[in-house]
Design a protein around this ligand. Structure first.
Ligand SMILES: [Zn+2]
Length: 68
């Protein structure tokens, strides 16, 4: 298994923010770095914070705002 990569500084936008439409870019709920928002009203997490959350809470964690 690959180990976690070192997060880039929070002043650097998440890679996902660079490839999505501008209106889908918003601050990460945790570190405020620019990242890709998922849906309206959700709390976006950048890739780094999402990875940490998944480590802490297990694979059941999802992006906020996701509904089945
Ligand atoms: Zn973050």
């Amino acid at each position: 298994m690959p180990t976690a990569t070192t997060p880039s500084p929070v002043t650097e936008p998440d890679p996902s923010a660079l490839v999505c439409p501008g209106e889908h870019v918003g601050p990460c709920a945790t570190c405020q770095r620019k990242t890709h928002k998922y849906g309206r009203g959700g709390l976006p997490l950048c890739g780094w914070c999402f990875g940490r959350a998944r480590e802490r809470w297990g694979t059941g964690v999802r992006f906020a705002g996701t509904r089945d």
